[in-house]
Design a protein around this ligand. Sequence first.
Ligand SMILES: NC(=O)c1ccc[n+]([C@@H]2O[C@H](COP(=O)([O-])OP(=O)(O)OC[C@H]3O[C@@H](n4cnc5c(N)ncnc54)[C@H](O)[C@@H]3O)[C@@H](O)[C@H]2O)c1
Length: 429
Amino acid sequence: MIEQLRNKHARISVVGLGYVGLPIALEFGRHFHVTGFDIDPTRIEALKNNVDPGGELPASYFENSTVDFTTDIDALKHCNFHIIAVPTPVDEHKVPDLSSLQSATQTIASVLKNGDYVVFESTVYPGCTEDICLPILESVSGLKVNTDFKLGYSPERINPGDDVHTLRNVMKIVSGSDKEALETISDVYVSIVQPGVYQASSIKVAEAAKILENTQRDLNIALMNELSIILDKMGVNTYEVIEAAGTKWNFHKYKPGLVGGHCIGVDPYYLTYKAMELDYEPYVILSGRKVNDNMAYHVAKRCVQKLIEAGKNLATSRILVMGITFKENVNDIRNSKVADMIKELRSFGLQVDVVDPKADSAEVEKHYGFELQKVNGHQYDAIILAVPHKEYVQLTPEYFASIATTDGIFIDIKGIFRDKINTLQYWSL
Ligand SMILES: NC(=O)c1ccc[n+]([C@@H]2O[C@H](COP(=O)([O-])OP(=O)(O)OC[C@H]3O[C@@H](n4cnc5c(N)ncnc54)[C@H](O)[C@@H]3O)[C@@H](O)[C@H]2O)c1
């Protein structure tokens, strides 16, 4: 396969061109013939014009890469190495929603040929690729895995907003349905991942490794969030404690915060879903989720308490929330926990203005029902620095003081301005 890809007698397809699929398609497009397929025509139009709708990759990233972007399923018929990178969210009951994954698998199954490879990149629970996707591939195509086509799973480690840990320079886990599949899939990925690949012993191991990476992070943040609630009751700043504890050689400096987005706050539910199917209640993981999911309400509650303590009238108080995206330096507002916090603040009758230099106001309106504003001469009773975008980290304490009332409150969720804010009442997680 690798030789055929190199001499352009075989093609790669990438199905789903979001945060994960787009860089993969573009990196492979520097070496091989690549077809990039997505069901969203607006996205395909943007990509054809070298624009990443996710705002992650600059136009220069499209240079020296040839990818045929399309919404046409027929174009996939000429491809031989298929990579599926579609969303795997949870529904409102926190149950895995596999509909995109199943539909993308159907798409590939309908064009599958003898000798093809199918590699899944979407984050799933251990067993999902073989128990859910493989039967679709086999039944729709009429082909048999390992005899007629090969299967693989290679989880993604892309971190939106992070230009240090990229697809190109972070080791990637690969796995395959048999030894030959593993070797071929390794050869293909090695051509774009400089540190090389880690060969997992099975598809399930690779799936579980990805879920573990994110569940570990979720739980560590949950521990810091819980600690922060406890320390706050004692009037002790959590970041000071983390800094002190961080002088020990084996202490890991996780920080408290809102856990939004579609990875850390979602993937653990894939594991807990599978655990419960296997008749085990994963109480540690679920407790961590509960703590993290409640942090937005905790911050809103503390803001209201601070306003009351300061003698403010809630009916006339005005709050500025800085940042609505799910994390810093990205434009993605989906699963933003800041939105939960705003809803909670408004439930107390507070007037809340929301600003964000990265987010698109129309998108915010569509998802959350309010528009973004500009800081425009109001004096705020409380400022909540919710998402520390680069633009906000560069601001000065004097700036914050200039847009706040004299007895204003500064809530710094991530502790960025600790020890710097003197004229406003300071609080952080
Ligand atoms: N975003 C991350 O940081 C990250 C990191 C590691 C792993 N992952 C995982 O990678 C997977 C993809 O996530 P993402 O963040 O790239 O998602 P995304 O929402 O950014 O993009 C997914 C793309 O898939 C397209 N799509 C949906 N259904 C499709 C279908 N049936 N056929 C073709 N295209 C379809 C959508 O139009 C969209 O363009 C998920 O399983 C996610 O958990 C994401």
